[in-house]
Design a protein around this ligand. Structure first.
Ligand code: C5P
Length: 236
């Protein structure tokens, strides 16, 4: 197993899936030095959370801006430039060729890295068919991963179960970022395809996105430290 040179702590990305900026700020304060990387998605971004990107970056943290962009190329490019100016580390786009090409070009010269979402994990073959696609999930994931590579996309968001097969396709130049992580004994919630932190790392994930197992823990800081310890062990 080969892993990029990322510290175990930086491999944990805590998803700030919270209703209000005040709740996110309270959670960030509670987590303190334990967490170095946060994800801001639709819920918090559309509740006034985007200024948090700059604040967190100013405090020395990294931020994954999970806005899953998809629009005409020019609009995607301008959006990518705006997110890059906030200081984010990762931004998601849907893995459509025009979108990936525009995003990869627009982030050039900045520190922002583009992650492509191949096929949303809530989609099965039937859902793709209903949306007008001929390919099933696994073929479409593979085709889009190859296209992402061609367009110079920096990484992929994938389920931990897809990590080892995608690693074979994209090699080690692309980062694999996996949600769907559950520590042993924690509630699965609505996640169906889950893995423990250690297994996801062993499967080839570079970064783990974790929401509820940290946010809903009685002691979120201890939960984050526990996950980081597990990541460290898996890398040893
Ligand atoms: O609470 P939980 O650990 O399930 O949160 C996982 C995070 O990863 C959420 O922010 C969710 O939107 C995101 N995500 C996911 N599955 C995907 C893509 C993103 O759970 N396929």
């Amino acid at each position: 197993m080969e892993h990029a040179n990322i510290t175990p702590r930086d491999r944990l990305i805590v998803a700030l899936d919270l209703r209000a900026v005040s709740a996110a700020e309270a959670m960030i304060a509670r987590l303190g030095d334990a967490v170095t990387f946060y994800k801001i998605g639709y819920q918090l971004a559309y509740a006034g959370g985007l200024p948090l990107v700059r604040q967190l970056v100013g405090a020395g943290k990294k931020v994954f801006v999970d806005l899953k962009l998809h629009d005409i190329g020019n609009t995607v490019a301008r959006g990518v430039e705006s997110v890059a100016s906030l200081g984010g580390t990762f931004l998601t786009v849907h893995a459509y060729p025009q979108t990936m090409k525009a995003a990869a070009e627009a982030r050039a010269g900045s520190d922002l890295k583009i992650l492509a979402v191949t096929v949303l994990t809530s989609y099965d073959d039937g859902d793709l068919h209903a949306a007008g696609y001929r390919l099933g999930v696994s073929d479409l994931v593979e085709a889009r991963a190859r296209q992402a590579q061609i367009f110079g996309i920096d990484g992929l968001v994938c389920s931990p179960e897809e990590a080892s097969s995608l690693r074979k396709i994209v090699g080690h130049k692309m980062q694999l970022v996996t949600p769907g992580i559950r520590t042993a004994g924690s509630a699965t919630g609505d996640q169906k395809r889950i893995m423990t932190p250690a297994r996801a790392i062993a499967a080839g994930a570079d970064y783990l996105v974790v929401g509820r197992p940290v946010l809903e823990a009685a002691d979120p800081k201890a939960a984050a430290d526990g996950i980081i310890a597990e990541i460290m062990q898996a890398l040893a």
